[in-house]
Design a binder for this molecule. Structure first.
Ligand SMILES: [Zn+2]
Length: 505
């Protein structure tokens, strides 16, 4: 399973991030991201990847998921302005989610980093993209929750969903002579476009037999808390599968029951793995690996988003699991081994030194570099005494997860995933791999496009009209295969060539 092969990694870091302060007594400290960065520098890892400064998320980015009034509130709220109690209640601003100085800049910064990271994966410029300031999985459309204001994960997933592959017949624009020298137009069902954005599609260039494959995104959450905000956002769609491993039972946020599996089209596309306190590395991987192996086999995602909340580590100030840094990072190592574009995000984590240890070590895992246990000198070395090591020894707390309960959970979820594999869904058709594609075309004809349109609009209701119009025009304005055959027959090409060269002269 282990795969130490090289990956192109890009890492997003905003130098201001460590200066944001939730307030005295609040357990969430953005300073931990700066500590992680400093440790990465100490280990020399910054030279092994592209280090990028994020562009702050724009209003348009934020409104893809969040409501206007909520974003307007976050933009204008400051602690020294009187804030109406009803409004604070409405947006669930509380002790956990206070209004602090620079709040909106902070939201734009961590959300922008996740969106930029997703875009970098979409463009194929990186195999793994990292944003340790992101992963704020509890934020809802119009509500803050559990230290989270804006849900950068949902925004990043929406960005990853923009990716598509189009197989079809290339129909070059007639006002250019370049098509005469373009070999691809004579080959049916060729991969025309990959990893670009649908509204930018040059619709007139795609033949009617085109096959569109839209991306599926897998979300995996190893924070100790249930990834409720992300699950809720994609509960009704089968284009995003969410899998959350979390403490369940009398624990924040209270959701994540094993029986919550998604709804409608999204049924069986939400997976919840409830665990009890004290879980150690061995027990965790007893369920994590077989479940994730089955998920990858059944869902076959085009991109994976992994929320690496470090509050599932042993000794966390708010958590009650007993994972070592090695055990936690084995989740990253395992997901990386599938070699699918991977977005690594932060999340919870309230014992600062362990968060920095964990995310630094996991950056090493992403890069395929094993770090020395002995920590190099760096700005925050004082936090790591007396051991000054990257690893920390887990405690001897009781593991309340019996083998029997883990088996029951595992069996139930693997059964669900097996039924998914046999579900009659167009998503699981093989992609055509050769030019002998008549069969593929017949199963992926215009009705397929209709299904895909439905799926795409399902996750982005704001874009319904725009996208439907786009595809309607695509279907109405393109040519059939026989028309194309005629068009590209030698005499026709010669006629066009003569006509155009005449016009050009
Ligand atoms: Zn958490």
């Amino acid at each position: 399973m282990a795969d130490a092969g090289k990956r192109r990694v890009c890492y997003y870091y905003e130098p201001e991030i460590g200066n944001y302060y939730y307030g005295q007594g609040n357990a969430m400290k953005p300073h931990r991201v700066r500590m992680t960065h400093s440790l990465l520098e100490g280990y020399g890892l910054l030279h092994r990847m592209r280090v990028l400064r994020p562009i702050p998320a724009s209003n348009r980015d934020l409104l893809r998921f969040h409501s206007d009034d909520y974003i307007a509130f976050l933009r204008s709220a400051t602690p020294d302005r009187h804030l109406d109690a009803d409004i604070l209640r409405r947006f669930n601003m509380s002790d956990d989610c206070p209004v602090f100085y620079g709040l909106f800049d902070y939201c734009q910064s961590y959300a922008g980093a996740s969106v930029c990271a997703a875009r970098e994966l979409n463009r194929g410029r990186a195999d793994i993209a990292i944003n340790w300031s992101g992963g704020l999985h509890h934020a809802k459309r119009s509500e803050a929750s559990g230290f989270c204001y804006v849900n950068d994960i949902v925004l990043a997933i929406l960005k990853l969903l923009e990716v598509h592959k189009i197989y079809g017949i290339l129909f070059p624009p007639l006002n250019s002579l370049s098509f005469l020298f373009h070999s691809s137009f004579s080959v049916p069902l060729k991969l025309i476009s990959e990893r670009s954005i649908i509204p930018q599609l040059p619709t007139a260039m795609i033949g009617r037999d085109s096959l569109l494959l839209l991306a599926r995104v897998l979300y995996v959450d190893i924070d100790i808390h249930h990834g409720d905000g992300v699950e809720e956002a994609f509960y009704l769609t089968d284009r995003v599968m969410t899998v959350s491993f979390h403490k369940f039972g009398d624990y924040f946020p209270g959701t994540g029951h094993i029986g919550d599996i998604g709804y409608g089209k999204g049924q069986h596309y939400a997976i919840n793995v409830p665990l009890d306190e004290g879980i150690d590395d061995e027990s965790y991987h007893y369920v994590f690996k077989p479940i994730m192996e089955k998920v990858m086999e059944a869902f076959r995602p085009d991109a994976v988003v992994l929320q690496c909340g470090a509050d599932s580590l042993s000794g966390d100030r708010l958590g009650c699991f007993n994972l070592s840094i090695k055990g936690h990072s084995d989740c990253i190592r395992y997901m990386r081994s599938f070699n699918v574009p991977l977005l690594l995000l932060g999340g919870g984590g309230y014992t600062l030194r362990n968060v920095a240890r964990c995310w630094c070590y996991e950056t090493g895992v992403a890069l395929g570099v094993e770090l020395d246990d002995e920590m190099p000198d760096h700005e925050y070395i004082g936090y790591f005494g007396p051991e000054f090591t990257i690893h920390a020894v887990p405690s001897n707390m009781e593991n309340k997860n019996s083998r029997r309960s883990l088996d029951a959970t595992k069996v139930k979820l693997l059964e669900t995933l097996s039924s998914l594999q046999h579900a009659p869904s167009v998503q699981f058709h093989e992609q055509p791999t050769s030019m002998d594609t008549d069969q593929a075309i017949s199963s992926f004809n215009s009705s397929f496009l209709d299904i895909v349109i439905w799926k795409f609009t399902d996750v982005d209701p704001n874009k319904d009209d725009e996208v439907c119009k786009e595809w309607e025009s695509l279907k109405n304005t393109t040519l059939t295969r026989s028309e194309l055959k005629f068009l590209f027959s030698l005499p026709t090409v010669a006629t066009f060539a003569l006509t155009f060269s005449g016009l050009q002269i």
